[in-house]
Each structure stands twice: as structure tokens, then as C-alpha cells.
Design a protein around this ligand. Structure first.
Ligand SMILES: Nc1ncnc2c1ncn2[C@@H]1O[C@H](COP(=O)(O)OP(=O)(O)OP(=O)(O)O)[C@@H](O)[C@H]1O
Length: 229
């Protein structure tokens, strides 16, 4: 019996991507295809270009050369407004140091960006997502009243609330102890599986990388190795 493979669709395609800041060439020709729903770990020494690659693939930074296409849209062909529209709701980002607003509760941290993006029921959606990350009982807590692991859960809820097709995480467990980090990793993969999102994780943790479908290793602005986990 032959199963007909569903056509794989490319979430992110990079072709000969370079990034120069001033006289420094940071990315030196990256070629990459990331399939929808795939999880990909990016490993590499400090300064190898991991965060820069994430910035370019997520549209935070424009490539100096080459092309980055997300869901078939060439980011380089878009002006600032069109790029912001293309990114909005489609790309979620979780960073190592959470970046929650200290004067807002957990619920507000998740709801306010949704509200600004014009979501009809921002607070309802934010509450659902905070329940999904296990923080239904912490909605009215401020970041300073939450543990590091809880703050990272809020940051994950904020990134996931608009229903992004792609989630980027830059060392999401870097500021957490091992047990808390492991719980956050379970949560990330759980949310990925529940939503079918594509997941890109920058990590120094080989155990976390091994949980991903594929591992890229960077050195000096280039991808030097690639393997299936
Ligand atoms: N704004 C900038 N101007 C000039 N050089 C920069 C700038 N930002 C980053 N770099 C340089 O680009 C290189 C890659 O940095 P990047 O942050 O992407 O590395 P990384 O692999 O994510 O490192 P880490 O694991 O330490 O976060 C480094 O040598 C860094 O010093």
C-alpha cells in the first residue's frame, strides 16, 4: 500500500543569507529550508551567529544579502509596514530573559499585545493561553511575584497567544535551573504539538537539542553541520 505523502510546505527558506553590521560580516551565506511543523535546534559557540540568524529569519533584522522567505513571502521585498504585517500573529518569539513588563500583571502582559493588534477578545484569549501553560491561578500576579519558570511560562503564553505558525526561542531555559528548565522545555514542545507550530530553538543544551527533529550547528557565521536528532 502506498500512502500519498502530503506535500511538505516550507515554513522558512533562506538562500545565501548574509548579515553585515558595520565592517563585521556576521552571517556568511546561510542556506536553510525549514518544513512546517518541524522542530529545529541551533547549536554553536558564543558569537557563532545563532541569535543573528534568528533575528534575520524572524524578520527582526533584514539580511544584507540573499533571501529569506517565510510561508512563501520574500521578506526582502516588503517595506517596513508590510513586513510588520507579515510578521504579526505569524511569528512568536521567546527570549532568555523573559522581557515581561513589570507594571502589568501576567494577564495584561499577554492580553495587551493582543489588544494592540486588534484582537476582539484579547483578555479571554490571554486567559486561555495562561491556563494552557499552567498559570490559570496566577493571572493577577506581577512578574516580580512570579518565579523565573513562571515568568518564562508567561512569556511563552504571550508568544503563543496570537496563534503563530512559527515560534522562535533563544535560549529559553538559559536563566532557569535544570528542573525548571526541563519543565519549560516540556511546555514548549507540548504547545508546539497542540498547535502544529514550527519551532526553532537556540540552545547550548545538547539534551534539549536532541528533543528536536533536526539540529544545526553554527560556527563563525556558517552552518557547519546538520543532523537529524
Ligand atoms: N550590533 C552588532 N554590531 C557588530 N557586531 C555584532 C552586533 N551584534 C552581534 N555582533 C557580533 O556578531 C557575532 C554573532 O553574534 P550572535 O549574538 O549572533 O552570536 P550567538 O551565537 O547568538 O552568541 P551567544 O551564544 O553568545 O548569544 C558576534 O561576534 C557578535 O559580536
Amino acid at each position: 500500500m502506498h500512502a500519498t505523502a502530503a506535500p511538505t510546505t516550507i515554513a522558512i527558506r533562506a538562500r545565501d543569507v548574509t548579515l553585515s553590521l558595520g565592517a563585521t560580516e556576521i552571517l556568511k551565506g546561510i542556506d536553510l529550508d525549514i518544513v512546517n511543523g518541524e522542530s529545529l535546534a541551533i547549536l554553536g559557540a558564543s558569537g557563532s551567529g545563532k541569535s543573528s540568524l534568528m533575528a534575520v529569519l524572524s524578520g527582526l533584522e533584514r539580511a544584507s544579502g540573499g533571501t529569506v522567505s517565510v510561508a512563501g513571502t520574500d521578506f526582502g521585498a516588503l517595506d517596513e509596514d508590510a513586513l510588520a504585517r507579515a510578521r504579526r500573529g505569524r511569528i512568536g518569539i521567546v527570549l532568555q530573559s523573559f522581557h515581561l513588563l513589570p507594571t502589568m500583571t501576567a494577564l495584561e502582559n499577554v492580553a495587551v499585545p493582543l489588544e494592540l493588534a486588534g484582537h476582539d477578545d484579547a483578555f479571554g484569549r490571554a486567559g486561555e493561553e495562561l491556563h494552557a501553560v499552567g498559570l490559570g491561578h496566577r493571572l493577577d500576579h506581577y512578574p516580580a511575584q512570579l518565579s523565573g519558570g513562571e515568568q518564562q511560562r508567561v512569556a511563552i503564553a504571550r508568544a503563543m497567544a496570537p496563534g503563530p505558525a512559527i515560534l522562535f526561542a533563544d535560549e529559553p531555559t538559559g536563566n532557569l535551573d535544570a528542573a525548571t528548565g526541563a519543565a519549560v522545555v516540556e511546555l514548549l514542545f507540548g504547545r508546539q504539538q497542540a498547535t502544529g507550530a514550527t519551532l526553532l530553538i537556540i540552545t547550548h543544551d545538547p539534551g534539549l537539542a536532541a528533543r528536536c527533529d533536526r539540529i544545526l550547528e553554527m560556527r563563525d557565521g556558517r552552518v557547519i553541520a546538520e543532523r537529524r536528532a
